[in-house]
Structures are given as C-alpha cells and as structure tokens.
Design a protein around this ligand. Structure first.
Ligand SMILES: Nc1ncnc2c1ncn2[C@@H]1O[C@H](COP(=O)(O)OP(=O)(O)OP(=O)(O)O)[C@@H](O)[C@H]1O
Ligand SMILES: [Mg+2]
Length: 352
C-alpha cells in the first residue's frame, strides 16, 4: 500500500438528523476515545440520502470540528440508502487480481444503474458452500454523484477523505471490535436512524445479508406532527419526552407503540427473508443501535414481537473511555447513536 499512513482518522457519520464525529487513538492493546461530538442537522439538509443543503452541512461539520479542536485531517465516512447496492453473489472462483480485471463486467448483471455511474468495490468471502467452482463475494456499488457530494462536503469542511464506507459495514466493524464471535452464531445488527434502518446479518462473524429499510425516527416524528398538529421541531421534542402535558404524552406513547410494532414487522420481514434464502433456521440475537435504539423499552417490544433476544449495542464496550477531559456521561448517553462512527473511526487509511 503506497499511500497508507498509520495514524488516527476521524470517523464522520453524516446522518440525516445529525453529524457524529469521533476520533479514536490506537493504543497498546486497543483503542481510546480521544474526542467525539454530535451536531444536529435540519431535516431538509439531507433528504433520501441526497445532500440537499451542502452549505449547512459543511458549516455544521466545521463548527463541530472547531468546537472539539480536532487536529486530525484524515476522515472516514460512509453512505447508505437508495444510491448504494450491496449484494452477496457467487461467481466462478478466481483470484483477487482476476476479479479486479473482470469486476465491471460481472457487476453489470447485478446492478440496476448504468455501470458508468457507479463506483464498484468487492470483497471475496470464500468458497461457496457445497461447490468446488464457485466463491461467495460481496459486491458493492455506490452512485458516483452521491459519493462526490459527500467528498466535496468533507473537503470543503477542511478535511481529507480517505475512505468512503457503507453504514452497514461500519456497523459490522463496530460489532467485531466489541463483541466476541461465537462459533455458528447468527447475529442481526440493526441501526435504526432517522430516515433509514441499516440491517446486517452476520453468520460466524461474516456479513451474510444486508438491507436498508427506509423507515426510522422521522416516521415517528411525522406521525406525532400529524396527530397533534405541531411542527417538526415540536414533535421531535415531544417524542424525546420534553415539555409534555398529559394529552400529548398519551398521544406520543400511542404513536411510539405502533411505530415499534411496525419496526418489529419490518425487521422480522428481513430476518424471515434471510432465513428463507440461506437455509438458516434461526437468528440467535438482534443487536440494536442508532437513535431509535434509545426509545424506552424498545428491546422488550421488538424482542417480543419478533420473538428474538434483543440487546442494545454498546460501541464502546471494548474501547477505553478513560481519557481525562472526556464527558463520559454524554458519551454513555450517545452510545447507540455513535455505532456507525465507531466502526468508521476504527478504519485506517489503506484498509480495504
Ligand atoms: N431518546 C430517544 N427516544 C426516541 N427517539 C430518539 C431518541 N434519541 C434519538 N432518537 C431518534 O433517533 C433518530 C436519530 O438517530 P440517528 O442519529 O441514528 O439517525 P441519523 O444517523 O441522523 O439518520 P439516518 O442514518 O437515518 O440518516 C431521530 O429520529 C431521533 O428522534
Ligand atoms: Mg445514521
């Protein structure tokens, strides 16, 4: 790797409701949180994964970085949603170099976009079970114009983008760093954000299935807006339990209850689909992250309805958070929200 430099990177998760920034320092035997912060974005800044208001996003990144006195320039970020395709496929066994040569051609069959409009990446997983001639691989394609928008925003904010990852893979990276892989265990990760829910099902620690579902906290906020006839900000506040009279409290509770039910239904659909396409009878547990993982008792409601053990991810489980000036209470409060940024901050320039 010619340009690989060992050194810290900043994990920058540009979510549609907020920007998360995290820097981890590599220490003997692990990582330490050096710096982190979250800055809100207005709901119209990012819509359906597209950066609609770059100026606001750049200002927000710059403001957060300045407030945190971030010195590190290399940034790892990620994308997800409509402009990203992740597919597990099997193809005739070949070497990495051979695949590099033929990937454009192979990819064409699986990608619904013009091949010239996407950046392609892949990862070979290993031989296909029960076949001598085939191997499994993950094919990733992301629309160039979206990637370019993300890169421009990061450069404009004064940083140097070194890796553009996929949310679902960052999630996997976070999980791998914090939770031991039990043999034969199947774990479903679900990152429930504001506008999108990223699902990644790991089998023996390897990604077997990913899907983005286009639902999340915004749907809940919008329903509160409708029912109480208030604007987005007020509905968001009510959802978070701030400023509540008894009537609104009741409405919010009802909306949350039915939202959790539909989330559970969506997640169950993905789990069922995975089971039916992978000859796997069961998924051992579901690990939740993202802002919606903070909804009161979400693990019980989804666990009961989807009939699966559920836990909330702690992305700092194996990461040292003892640095002196770190606001540990705030970090603890933000745990599930920082899941993707932890996965990103663990990457290093030159990583595949
Ligand atoms: N305590 C809480 N109770 C209920 N919802 C919460 C809570 N905290 C955060 N949320 C919701 O979580 C969502 C934000 O989560 P997150 O930061 O993971 O999303 P994002 O990364 O900005 O968005 P996306 O990835 O979907 O573009 C918002 O809808 C927010 O209202
Ligand atoms: Mg997100």
């Amino acid at each position: 790797m010619l340009f690989s430099r060992k050194g810290n990177v900043v994990g920058l998760d540009i979510g549609s409701s907020s920007i998360k920034l995290l820097e981890l320092a590599e220490m003997k035997g692990g990582y330490q949180v050096r710096n982190f912060g979250v800055a809100p974005l207005p709901p119209e800044a990012i819509v359906d994964g597209a950066l609609m208001d770059s100026v606001t996003i750049v200002d927000s990144i710059r403001g957060l970085a300045n407030a945190l006195r971030i010195k590190t320039k290399d940034v790892v970020t990620s994308v997800s949603g409509h402009s990203v395709i992740v597919k597990k496929i099997n193809i005739p066994t070949m070497t990495e170099d051979e695949l590099e040569e033929s990937i454009q051609w192979e990819a064409e069959r699986y990608i619904p976009f013009d091949i010239n409009d996407v950046n392609i990446d892949f990862q070979i997983l290993g031989p296909t079970e029960g076949s001598e001639e085939l191997m499994d691989m993950i094919l990733v394609a992301a629309k160039k114009d979206i990637i370019n928008d993300y890169l421009s925003v990061i450069i404009e904010a004064g940083f140097n983008p070194v890796i553009v990852d996929i949310d679902a893979f960052a999630l996997e990276n976070m999980f791998e760093a914090n939770y031991p892989v039990a043999r034969d265990e199947v774990v479903a990760l679900a990152n429930i954000g504001a506008s999108v829910t990223n699902i990644n099902i790991l089998r023996r620690g390897i990604s077997s299935f990913t899907r983005d579902i286009f639902t999340g906290g915004n749907a809940i906020t919008e329903e509160i807006q409708r029912q109480l006839n208030v604007d987005f900000d007020e509905a968001e506040n009510l959802k978070l339990g701030n400023r509540m009279d008894e009537t609104s409290q009741k409405v919010v509770q009802e909306v949350l209850k039915s939202a959790l039910n539909s989330l559970a239904t969506e997640i169950t659909k993905s789990l069922d689909f995975f089971r039916s396409t992978s000859s796997q009878e069961k998924v051992d547990k579901l690990v939740l992250s993202g802002g919606c993982a903070k909804i009161n008792a979400i693990e019980n409601v989804i666990g009961q309805q989807a009939n699966i053990p559920v836990e909330i991810a702690n992305p700092f489980k194996e990461i040292d958070c003892s640095k002196r000036d770190l606001d540990v209470d705030y970090l603890t409060e933000m745990e599930p929200i920082m899941a993707v940024s932890v996965g990103l901050a663990l990457r290093r320039a030159g990583d595949k």
